[in-house]
Design a binder for this molecule. Sequence first.
Ligand SMILES: [Zn+2]
Length: 219
Amino acid sequence: MVSLIPSPETVLDILKRTGAFREGHFVYPTGKHSPHYFQMPLAFRYYDTARVLAVALSRKFRLERDISSQLPKIAVVSPSSGGIPVAFGVRDALSAEQIYWAEKEAGRRRFRQYVNQGEVNPCIIVDDIIRSGGAIEETADLVKELGAPVIGCGAIVRFTSAAEQFQGNQIRSLVDFDAQMYDEGDECADCKKGVPVEHVRFEKRESRRQKAEGTKSSP
Ligand SMILES: [Zn+2]
């Protein structure tokens, strides 16, 4: 089974081929420069690619006894819209009973109304990409409010700057990526070479802790 999980190189090739992973000289809305840009939904627009990635991630979960022993009474939960196709694919591969996704409403991450305490199975939280881990953290809080334990979490790509573990769960990922962010100018190799920049949109996922710190430092 382990041998059926594609290597990180193979996964990166798939992401490149579909446009989900691009190399270049990118400027993020924060002003930071980076030689990489991920737009994960582009990999999930193709059924075959989506299936290969979701099945691979599901195999990592299936290898965990705490998860495999509880199937099919498991919920697969996405923190945001980007994780929904991943959640559906993983649910399908595991034949898990339930699927949930959170949505941002007035700046707060929530589940749909009328999901009640006790209805939610033990949860695996999955996303397309884990940048800071903030989205996973917020979603785990929501799940706990509903009285369900988090028994796993994972994503197709995890930035190595995010935690490796979350509440005792090892974060499962197909690629651990060392994301590089630079200030404009000398620090950025592409600036030095005079490579033209490309401005990108970016769904920023801050953790609540970072937001709180931001609030404290603002006047
Ligand atoms: Zn630059």
